[in-house]
Ligand binder design. Structure first.
Ligand SMILES: Nc1ncnc2c1ncn2[C@@H]1O[C@H](COP(=O)(O)OP(=O)(O)OP(=O)(O)O)[C@@H](O)[C@H]1O
Length: 253
């Protein structure tokens, strides 16, 4: 049984067909990539899976249960957490506070507990902080925990977004262009880090333009072009697929 299956997804925006009948499947522990030229429909596909869009047609199944059209926060608490192409950190919060925000969907103390600082609230807050520190340690950001999030260099801000997504304790991490804006060394370190996430048991779906990065990391790749799926398979096959070379890789040379 696939862990995640998005079936026959079509997403129209007025006259624009952003995705045209695309099916994607992921098994536990896989790293799957979605690639394609600008405007191919990659982010829209992410938005459908994570509940930001209710698709025009098709359905999304997680553990064989339909989650199509559920609210983004519900989908996060079910076990799918994402990062964004345009970094979305809280600028006026510290690094650790940004990660603690990512754990909100896992806390049980209510608003009144928070207002009255009940023992339940204090205990939970301590636990949340400890866990947040754990995710910062995993992402190599612990030394920055009291820095403001936006004071970090760009590559570290991207890692902080991943730490925040991890804090939701998902089974699947969805990373939208995690290497965007990183230099060569940062990208290599990120690839190593994503490999280590796989070893920790995460299943990962990522969108990325950096071909070397995608090819070295992914078990399976889906190639979109103008909203249609033009190829799917392991990196070695995708590299040699003439339609992919024409639509995408050819333009990179
Ligand atoms: N909310 C929206 N309303 C109207 N059109 C949209 C919307 N979101 C995306 N589109 C259109 O859908 C198509 C696919 O866009 P999408 O952002 O998913 O592509 P992408 O592959 O992620 O591109 P990029 O690599 O540039 O991020 C584009 O033609 C885009 O203009």
């Amino acid at each position: 049984m696939a862990l995640l299956r998005a079936e026959h997804i079509t997403q129209r925006f007025g006259g624009v067909v952003a995705i045209d009948d695309v099916t994607l499947e992921m098994n536990p522990g896989e790293i799957v990539g979605i690639i394609g030229p600008n405007g191919a429909g990659k982010t829209t596909y992410f938005n459908v899976i994570t509940g930001m869009y209710n698709p025009t047609e098709g359905k999304v199944l997680f553990h064989d249960k339909e989650i199509t059209g559920r609210k983004p926060y519900e989908i996060t608490s079910l076990g799918l957490a994402r990062t964004f192409q345009n970094i979305r950190l809280f600028a006026n919060m510290t690094v650790i506070e940004n990660v603690m925000v990512g754990m909100q969907c896992k806390t049980s103390a209510g608003v009144l507990d928070g207002i009255f600082h009940t023992p339940k609230h204090r205990k939970e807050e301590k636990l949340v902080e400890e866990k947040a520190a754990h995710y910062l340690e995993l992402t190599g950001l612990l030394d920055h925990k009291y820095d403001y999030a936006t004071s970090l260099p760009y590559g570290k801000q991207r890692k902080l977004e991943i730490a925040r997504a991890m804090a939701a304790e998902p089974e699947i991490l969805l990373l939208d262009e995690p290497a965007a804006g990183m230099n060569g060394q940062e990208t290599e370190e990120l690839a190593e880090f994503i490999h280590s996430l796989k070893d920790m048991g995460y299943t990962i779906l990522l969108i990325e333009h950096d071909m070397k990065f995608v090819m070295s990391l992914c078990d399976n790749i889906y190639v979109l072009d103008h909203g249609s799926l033009i190829a799917q398979g392991p990196p070695a096959e995708i590299k040699q697929n003439p339609r992919v070379i024409e639509a995408y890789l050819g333009k990179e040379e």
